[in-house]
Design a protein around this ligand. Structure first.
Ligand code: NZQ
Ligand code: ZN
Length: 382
């Protein structure tokens, strides 16, 4: 096992109607900015429940954060934070609202342009505390320090990470899944599945606990995913789905193991250029990474084939079957897995490859995926 440090300060409050706990969890004397998305919470009762819990608190609302939250919109909230002297942020929504709120928390303390924390030119040195009410299980953002922000004017989508923006608390009520459109359930299951894969499908380092936990999460998501999709209001399935997505990206399974975020890095470019949903980009790219990087990942591919997919005595000869079974799971989740399914062709492949070349960015657990390898991955997915 590799050396690691692990600390997760987020308090999880999980279960039915736990939004009522907000009044206990929020700091009494704070001036709160209550952030949300484009209206789903007003249609499913979450907004009213939050307002009920906010009685007696001082707060300002900021709605309208888009899916794939934009720098342009978030900067408007940063102005409000400064003008109103906000001291605590409450994000109510999916990954986009929570990620956007992490940016709002950190941006006021950046000396120059806050976009610099996305490009790596500036560090997060300080952030306002934030709490969340999660309405869409998928990203794990409710228990991690990551945020992915888009800049619409330049078609860029970049991530930053800091322990300072880990939520102080997150309320997880599985009942909120009942109103999710099918496509968001599919996206949530596949996003979390690929999160586990990017922390698991590298090379063995004798990390038995992390491997076993990852395999359990992968099996659980494969089993419960189609069930949630076809039984949307089943609380037991929703609860399993929600907890699996949180555990998939909260630092636990990545502790002490190599990681490979190449599928996400390439996928973000597809979202930035074509607006394809985040999880759908992952379902396109991951089979390509498995295919092109099969030699690097051979041992873990075989382990995954045996322990997750249930193939008896698998060997390197089974790798094509292992990739096909993974892709079949994405199809079972009603997600298409080819670039051509989304009208994306070779011209986009070249743009993406050039972007990685310009950034001098190497991907993969061994940092050996340069522009030529990324090109191979994408061309295999046309
Ligand atoms: O905007 P509203 O009206 O709230 O509607 C949203 C949005 O249209 C809707 N929705 C959310 N909860 C709902 C609901 N509709 C009905 N009932 C509910 N209970 O769903 C739509 C999608 O929401 P969004 O927040 O965009 O989805 P998701 O949670 O999948 O987040 C995606 C974003 O997270 C980033 C992605 O790149 C993308 O920008 N990620 C963040 C990560 C992190 N912070 O660790 C890791 C991930 O890999 C990912 O990159
Ligand atoms: Zn993701």
């Amino acid at each position: 096992m590799l050396n690691f440090e692990f600390q997760n300060p987020t308090r999880i409050v999980f279960g039915k109607d736990q939004v009522s706990q907000l009044s206990r969890l929020l700091p009494r004397d704070a001036k709160i900015l209550f952030t949300y998305g484009q209206g789903s919470i007003k249609r499913n009762g979450v907004y009213d429940a939050v307002l009920g819990a906010l009685k007696g608190f001082t707060y300002v609302e900021f709605g309208g954060i888009e899916p794939n939250p934009s720098y342009e919109t978030l900067m408007k909230a940063v102005e409000i934070v400064k003008k109103e002297g906000i001291s605590f942020l409450l994000a109510v929504g999916g990954g986009s609202v929570i990620d956007g709120t992490k940016f709002i928390a950190a941006a006021p303390f950046v000396a120059g342009d806050p976009w610099d924390i996305l490009t790596g030119k500036a560090e997060v040195t300080k952030a306002l505390p934030l709490g969340t009410v999660l309405t869409l299980p998928a990203t794990g953002t409710e228990m991690n320090g990551n945020a992915v922000i888009s800049r619409y004017s330049t078609k860029e989508k970049l991530a930053f990470s800091s322990p300072l923006v880990k939520p102080v608390f997150s309320i997880l009520d599985p009942q909120y899944c009942f109103t999710l459109p099918d496509t968001q359930i599919s996206n949530g299951v596949v996003d979390a599945f690929v999160h586990v894969m990017e922390q698991y499908l590298t090379y063995p380092v004798g990390a038995g606990v992390q491997d076993g936990f990852s395999e359990s999460l992968l099996r659980t998501l494969m089993e419960v995913g189609p069930k949630v999709l076809h039984n949307k209001t089943n609380y037991t399935y929703a609860a399993t789905f929600m907890w699996a997505t949180t555990m998939a990206l909260n630092g636990l399974i990545s502790a002490g193991v190599p990681e490979d975020w190449s599928t996400h890095a390439i996928g973000h470019e597809l979202t930035a250029l074509h607006g394809i949903d985040h999880a759908k980009t992952l379902a396109i790219v991951l089979p390509g990474v498995m295919h092109v990087m099969r030699e690097n990942k051979k041992d873990k591919l075989i382990q995954y084939g045996h322990r997750v997919l249930g193939i008896q005595n698998p060997s390197a000869d089974n790798i094509d079957q292992i990739i096909a079974m993974t892709e079949a799971f994405f199809h079972a989740m009603q997600i298409k897995t080819r670039l051509s399914d989304y009208g994306v062709g070779k011209d986009t492949v070249q743009i993406i490859v050039d972007r990685f070349r310009q950034r001098n960015q190497l991907l993969g657990e061994r940092a050996d995926m340069g522009p030529e390898v990324i090109e191979k991955v994408l061309l295999s997915r046309l």
